[in-house]
Design a binder for this molecule. Structure first.
Ligand code: PRP
Length: 211
């Protein structure tokens, strides 16, 4: 039997995923060692391999088949637009992709003004404004602390993740429009989907009983 390889996005998502896997009897003790700099972990009995990657790289590993299966946020999956099959909503990591800004930006959105939109997710922002809303905007790609942009006058609004809403509140910003709901998803390489159909079906069945 060949190894089934999993790519997990580093951080909280990976922790929750490993907790979920434990519940269905998939363990990987060596992965819990926080001191370790090891990148890949093996469960010999079950013929499984796990590795931790940067979140946005997970769909890349899965598209190319370097991992059969991946767990990533829906935000990452949408933004990366890779050829992978999304097979399961894992239900955790729940948050929303939103257009946010100062309430004074509301009429600019309503009147389809040519505004500037700062975001870590240019593809999601483009799809939302161009294809869904038919509003021409200027997209400005940033890499973090997106909430700064409307405060310092870089953009009128942002497209960003809202979880508790506290970052927005503490910075006097509000959700102006909702783009889509987000959560952790399981993705599968299209070839693995066919070649490892039985093992993947079995895994999905077991996971569903825990959701
Ligand atoms: C994310 C997101 C928001 C914040 C939302 O940022 O970009 O800034 O979390 O969470 P909240 O609604 O619970 O306040 P993250 O902390 O991942 O860092 P970043 O600024 O580098 O994107």
């Amino acid at each position: 039997m060949r190894y089934l390889t999993f790519a997990l996005g580093k951080g909280r998502l990976a922790k929750q995923t490993l907790e979920l896997f434990e519940k269905i009897g998939i363990t990987c003790e060596e992965m819990k060692d926080k001191e370790s700099r090891k990148l890949i972990f093996v469960n010999e009995e079950l013929k499984l391999k796990f590795f931790l990657a940067k979140g946005p790289d997970v769909p890349t590993y899965v598209e190319y088949g370097a991992a059969d299966i991946g767990v990533a946020g829906k935000d990452t999956i949408l933004e990366e637009g890779r050829k992978v099959h999304e097979v399961l909503d894992l239900g955790y990591g729940k948050c929303r992709m939103c257009v946010c800004g100062d309430p004074s930006a509301t009429p600019l959105l309503r009147h389809h003004e040519l505004i500037r939109v700062a975001t870590k997710y240019p593809n999601i922002a483009k799809d939302y404004f161009y294809n869904m809303k038919h509003q021409t905007v200027e997209i400005i790609k940033l890499n973090g602390s997106i909430e700064l942009a409307p405060i310092v006058g870089l953009s009128e609004v942002i497209v960003d993740i809202v979880e508790t809403g506290s970052t927005l509140r503490e910075n006097g910003l509000e959700v102006l429009e909702e783009v889509c709901p987000l959560s952790a998803r399981m993705i599968v390489n299209p070839v693995s989907m066919r070649m490892e159909q039985e093992r993947i079906k079995d895994l999905l069945m077991k996971l569903r009983t825990q959701l």
